[in-house]
Structures are given as C-alpha cells and as structure tokens.
Design a protein around this ligand. Structure first.
Ligand code: GDP
Length: 426
C-alpha cells in the first residue's frame, strides 16, 4: 500500500467492524513510521497475534507492537486513561517500551466514570447494544460543548468548577433515566489529579506531529476503528457508533487536511458479521451462521458477545467503497470458509420485488430488503499456509475475483489466519 506516492494511508473497516483491521494495521505498520488512531475509544478492541502472544489493544494503536513506530491517539478519539494505563502496563509486562513514541492529543476528550454510568443507564432505555464504555456520552458532551479534554489536565484549578458542574449534571441525568447510580465529585477530582502527571508527559499537539511526518515523507497509517456501517452519518442509524468511522473522519480526527491522504484501504471479512442490534440483510440462518461463528471465533474482543454472522454482502461493500473513497480492499478470514461446500454471496438487494441498487438510508427499509444470492463453489481445502495467490485453490481465487468484481476496487491483501505471516500481498 505504501509507495513513493502514497505516504499517508487510511485503513478502515468496510462492514460492521471487527473485520480484522488490527491485524492489517499490524502487518502494514512494519513498513510505517507512524500509526494514528483518529476516532472511537476503548469500545473498539483490536486483536493482534504476534508469535504466541495475543494483544488486545483498545486505546493504543496496534502499531505500538513495532518498536520503531510512533503511535498517536488523535484529537478525534476519546480517551479512557485507566484503559490506556492498563494497556501500557500490559505492554511493559511483555517488554514493549513506549518511551518517546506514544503521544496523546491535548484536544482528545476524556472518558470519565460518569460517562460510563450514563452509558449503562441510557442503553437500558434506548437498547442500542453499546459496549457500556462511556464512549457515546463522551461524544455527546464533546458536541454539546461541555467535554473535558486531555489538555484541561494542565489547568486543574480551572477544571475543578467545571467538573463540579458536569458531575452534578450527570447525576441529574442519571436520576431522569431512572438509574440509582450517582457520580462522586471527589472521586472524579481525585482521578483527574492522579491522571495529570501520568498523562501530560504523553500529551502533544498531535495534528502537528502527523502533519510534519507526512510532509517529511514519512509513512503514516491512519487506523480506523469499527466500520463504515457503524459511522454516525453513513451507518445503519441509530444502530451506529458516535463518531465518523469513514475515511473522511480520518483527516478531522488525526488533525490534518484531507489533501495529505493518499490512499484508503478498506478491510472486509470474506463474509459478514455484526455485533449488537440492527439489520443484517445477509444474516445466515443456522446451522451455517453458527458454523461461521464457531470457525471464525466471532465473539466480541471487548465484551465477549457472540457476533451475528452471514454471507458477504456486496451492496454493503460497494457502499463502503463509495463513502470511504476506497482505493483498495483487504479481505480477511478467507480460511474461515475453507470447509464450506457452497458459499452464497449477496450480490444485490430486492425491495418489494424490485432491484434496490444502493444501501437504503433507513434501517426500517434495510430490514425489508431481500438479498439476491449467487452461490459459489467452496474449495474444501485449508488456505492457512498460502502466501501468494497462486497457492490458493482455484475456487478460492474465483471467490476472491468475484468479490473484487462486485466491489469494484482491487484486492490488495488477503488474510488467511490470525498470525502476522498469514497474509497474501496481491
Ligand atoms: P478489528 O477490530 O477489525 O481488528 O477486529 P477484531 O480484532 O475484533 O477481530 C478480528 C479477529 O479475527 C481477531 O481475533 C483476529 O486475530 C482474527 N483474524 C484476523 N484476520 C484473520 C484471518 O485472516 N483469519 C482468521 N481465522 N482470523 C483472523
């Protein structure tokens, strides 16, 4: 993906998240100088396997596993310091140092305990199936212009009265939502006081760092969390996340102009999954759905919740190609399909007997579409050892060719297992 003309590349999920972006970023980071998280928070868990060790990184970019790479939590992300410190400790325990190569934007908003209480209380009434990590309420406060940002830790005396007002407001909201929980001002103040000396040394104007890196010709990866269909504008609203997961959000959330971005890689599974509620047109009925879940280990990295599974949905991916301006695709988890004799692919939708070419904007309508399937022959052979396209069975290559044709952008990578080396560069 990186060449002389593409120094700054965005990696986004092109379905409902969990596509294996963490693994792709880990593979690409080997050639990168900087990796930036630009949206979301500790609600997105990337799982990266190196050797025998598995890392689940929610707050820190997965590029951190490469010792030469500088990692940034950008202004568009929301930061849960407790989670960040826990991940730092886990990395340290495995001998991975971050000194001088991890920076957090002073403009990033802080996730506070009252956000988590509000998240739990609102999900009881709104039933969106959130991860309960306080991300939604933190973004609500950001856009409501009452957030507390990392940079505010520099001026705790000024933050104090603001914090008192925010805690009081949160408690009024909790009461309104029928929650028995209450936030404590003293606890919040003590947390900010404890976080400040640990967080401030990592704090920087990170947009400037990213800008300089791109301008100097360094290779920069902007790492998205979740997926296109969870984007707050372009996703299956209201069953979406609270930020712009699509590539446009990368410029804003990393703090650079869009003209500095040269390429956008969309990560898709060879099939489809989603966690939480909302429509999933190509959801596979059991037992195939259960088989995909078991073989693909489709359980949430953060919550352990089983994911709903279905077949590749070309309408979704074509839409993701458009709203992200994808320049290439990475297809992951091809190996999960190894034992299927036949593999349906959703090529289009029908709505009330008529062709429906584009993804409907309303979930109520998306719920009513019927996928049109094409059934491709399976390969019924393991693919995990393939390292080039020619190593794959002919049926697997045909399957990929068809996905590429339906998506309308070239496949640049195919992943055939969890390990770093289980990747085919096309
Ligand atoms: P992310 O948030 O998009 O990084 O996705 P997750 O980390 O939630 O889920 C991806 C899961 O799939 C992780 O457990 C990965 O180790 C695993 N994974 C990634 N690529 C492959 C692959 O090609 N084959 C298999 N079997 N697993 C993969």
């Amino acid at each position: 993906m990186f060449d002389a003309r593409t120094a700054c590349v965005v990696v986004v999920g092109a379905q409902w998240g969990d596509e294996g972006k963490g693994k792709l970023v880990d593979v690409l980071a080997e050639r990168a100088d900087m990796v930036v998280r630009y949206q979301g928070g500790a609600n997105a868990g990337h799982t990266v396997v190196t050797g025998d060790t598995q890392f689940i990184l929610q707050q820190i970019p997965s590029g951190i596993l490469h010792p030469r790479v500088t990692c940034i939590v950008g202004n568009g992300a929301v930061l849960d310091p407790e989670q960040l410190f826990a991940e730092l400790a886990a990395l340290e325990a495995k001998g991975i140092g971050v000194q001088g190569r991890l920076f957090v934007s002073d403009r990033a908003h802080l996730v506070l305990p009252y956000h988590k209480l509000l998240d739990a209380a609102s999900d009881r009434s709104q039933k969106l199936g959130t991860t309960g990590r306080g991300i939604g309420p933190t973004y609500e406060d950001k856009y409501g212009r009452r957030g507390i940002r990392v940079g505010d830790l520099r001026h705790l005396e000024c933050a104090r009265p603001v914090l008192a007002e925010r805690v009081e407001r949160a408690n009024r909201l909790l009461e309104l939502l029928g929650s028995g929980e209450r936030a404590s001002f003293e606890q919040h103040l003590a947390l900010l006081e404890a976080w400040a000396p640990r967080l401030l040394p990592l704090t920087a104007d990170t947009g400037l760092l990213v800008h300089r890196a791109v301008r100097e010709g360094r290779r920069v990866l902007l790492e998205g969390a979740q997926g296109a269909l969870l984007d707050v504008d372009h996703g299956t609203y209201p069953f979406v996340t609270s930020s712009n997961t699509t590539a446009g959000g990368a410029a804003v959330g990393a703090g650079i102009g869009p003209t500095l971005i040269h390429g956008v890689l969309g990560v898709v599974k060879a099939y489809t999954t989603r966690v939480g509620n909302g429509p999933l047109p190509t959801e596979a009925s059991d037992p195939a759905g259960l088989r995909l879940r078991e073989l693909g280990g489709e359980f949430g990295a953060v919550t352990g919740r089983p994911r709903r599974c279905g077949w590749f949905d070309a309408t979704v991916v074509r839409y993701a190609v458009r709203v992200n301006g994808l320049t290439g695709l990475a297809v992951t988890k091809l190996d999960v399909l190894d034992t299927f004799a036949e593999i349906p692919v959703g090529t289009a939708y029908e709505l009330h007997g008529r062709a429906c070419e584009e993804l409907p904007s309303e979930v109520g309508v998306l719920d009513q579409v019927r996928p049109v399937y094409e059934v491709l022959p399976g390969w019924r052979r393991p693919t995990a050892a393939a390292r080039k396209l020619g190593d794959l069975p002919a049926e697997a290559r045909r399957y990929l060719d068809r996905l590429e044709e339906l998506a309308g952008v070239p496949i640049r990578y195919v992943s055939v297992g969890t390990r770093r080396d289980q990747i085919i560069e096309v």
